[in-house]
Design a protein around this ligand. Structure first.
Ligand code: NAP
Length: 502
């Protein structure tokens, strides 16, 4: 079972012990980052393993490898020696591991490590990018039989993540530490067991004085409790949400909370992907069981579905794929998620005859329009790129327009309900308002599909004018309930979903 390591990045040993104590039950190993200690503290490191009471890695990271040590190799070797110099035969008092970079060749240090049963981690870091032959690099690092090779890379794309998983396959059965840093690398950290990585690294990023030791590290609680790292085995069902840039998604929160409450052998990861085809290859290598698909791939993903729910061709957008027979089955759960949440809000049973404006012509708008057509609403579609609104409206003989004064005028006749289905106003782009020209009268019902932030600029303007407003949170929960059924083959009771706290 892969271990959880906590990188200790405090300036003093006492502070590091305090942090270690806080996370003790979630971790198996600690890494003492000597390069981050105050200079005086560095003389005391030999005592640390005994104080820690768990296996400790002795690491003195140079600036070129992502650390801060820049006093030269002579002083670094001297410090390493200090860590081992007075080590005793009692293994619990010694550093269990010592991280030596591949280009640090000091036979006396290696000899001392072996004498004191300190296992050498032979590491290679590229904090800016990748390595052309990752499997070759892993194999080349091992000099003596008991050395543990470590390769840490900085994937810049989902294709890079794919090559890390491919290298893991090529080195299956070999003891190694393999990981990707940064936002793309997150899944390599959580799926360390699947990668065949000996351990995963975490840091106490939430502590007031701790730095994440490397970009993309989770804290031990997130790793052990939220992603239930220690329960992930080859049998665990793995689900994911993908999109790009995927900075905002509450789906991991929903599914991981529910899986934990149900004690299901399943985990749900955010996997940002800048290229859907590469993501689909990764999904095969990891063996993903199902995926929630979000901006901007809801239309493109249809090309990867071998099987489609009957309505999917009409909708032209898919937000859920599930592994089925020899390919992916595509489904859309946004449709019911949207209508059920909005109908519950207006306390009606159908949209029949209602005059509704939908802003947007992307994947989410497609699901909304299909549902409104099914329920016989009278609809106006407005979009920044009006030709997309025109093409979409033509499918259902709806009216259409652009996000301009003409569009605002057309809305006069279609504004009992206004549905905002663009990504303008999402977290990170809060100041955007897709239709500043429209002046709310106050008697419209306004729904914004965005749920982070809770109130977009658009929704705030509507509320200020007296409109009844609803954001996309309830839609997200309802569509997730349908998604759960596709993923797990059974219903998700409301009482369990209600326990998800945001
Ligand atoms: P998408 O396929 O990428 O479509 C994006 C849409 O937004 C297009 O109509 C695009 O117009 C428009 N747009 C983007 N930036 C704009 C701007 N600055 N001003 C005006 N229009 C802009 O995305 P999607 O999958 O449809 O998702 C749209 C939004 O719905 C996202 O915020 C997503 O989080 C939300 N959503 C929420 C739920 C939920 O459960 N609550 C479910 C699905 C989606 P052009 O065609 O002119 O580019």
């Amino acid at each position: 079972m892969a271990k959880i390591c906590l990188c200790l990045t405090g300036k003093t040993l006492a502070r590091n012990l305090e942090v270690l104590e806080k996370y003790r039950k979630y971790i198996d190993v600690a890494e003492l980052r000597v390069d981050l200690l105050d200079p005086d503290e560095r003389f005391l490191i030999r005592r640390f393993p005994e104080m820690a009471g768990i296996p400790v890695i002795l690491t003195i990271r140079r600036d070129v490898d992502g650390g801060v040590f820049n006093s030269g190799e002579g002083s670094r070797v001297h410090l390493f020696s200090r860590g081992l110099a007075f080590a005793e035969a009692d293994r619990r008092k010694n550093f269990a591991y010592m991280d030596l970079e591949e280009d640090l060749n000091v036979p006396s240090l290696e000899e001392a490590a072996r004498t004191f049963s300190t296992r050498i981690i032979r590491s290679f870091h590229n904090i800016r990018g990748m390595e052309s032959d990752i499997a070759g690099k892993i194999k080349s690092l091992v000099r003596a039989g008991d050395e543990l090779p470590k390769v840490a890379l900085a994937p810049q794309s989902i294709g890079d993540v794919l090559s890390i998983f491919q290298a893991a396959g090529e080195t299956a059965g070999m003891d190694k530490i393999l990981l990707g840093m940064g936002p793309f690398g997150l899944c390599t950290r959580i799926l360390a067991e699947r990668l065949g990585s000996y351990m995963t690294y975490t840091s106490a990023a939430g502590e007031w004085d701790s730095l994440p030791a490397a970009p993309g590290q989770l804290d031990p609680v997130q790793m052990a409790e939220f992603y239930r790292f220690r329960t992930i085995t080859d049998a665990t069902k793995i689900f994911a949400v993908t999109g790009y840039p995927l900075k905002v998604s509450d789906s991991p929160k929903i599914f991981n909370t529910v899986f934990a409450l149900e004690n299901a052998d399943a985990v749900y990861l955010p996997i940002p992907s800048d290229n859907l085809a590469a993501f689909m290859s990764l999904a095969d290598i990891i063996g993903l069981s199902g995926v929630s698909v979000t901006v901007p791939y809801k239309e493109e993903v249809l090309h990867h579905c071998a099987h489609k729910a009957a309505e999917l061709e009409d909708i032209g957008a898919c937000n859920t794929i599930v592994r089925f027979l020899h390919g992916w089955l595509g489904v859309n759960t946004d449709t019911k998620g949207f209508s059920e949440s909005l109908l519950a809000f207006i306390k009606e049973r159908s949209f029949k005859g209602k005059k509704i404006t939908v802003i947007g012509a992307g994947g989410a708008a497609r699901a909304v329009l299909w549902e409104l057509h099914r329920q016989k609403a009278r609809v106006l579609v407005l979009n920044r790129n009006p030709s997309r609104a025109r093409d979409l409206a033509a499918l259902y003989r709806f009216k259409w327009g652009g996000l301009d004064s003409q569009g605002s005028e057309l809305m006069e006749k279609y504004s009992q309900i206004i549905v905002q289905a663009t990504s303008a106003g999402m977290e990170g782009h809060e100041t955007r308002d897709p239709l500043e020209l429209y002046k709310f009268r106050g008697n419209e019902v306004v729904m914004d599909l965005i749920y982070r932030p809770e109130m977009t600029q658009f929704l705030s303007r509507a509320a200020a004018a007296g409109c009844r407003v609803i954001n996309g949170r309830n839609m997200l929960l309802r569509q997730a309930q349908y998604q759960y059924k596709e993923f797990m083959g059974k219903e998700l009771p409301d009482q369990i979903l209600d326990r998800v706290v945001f």
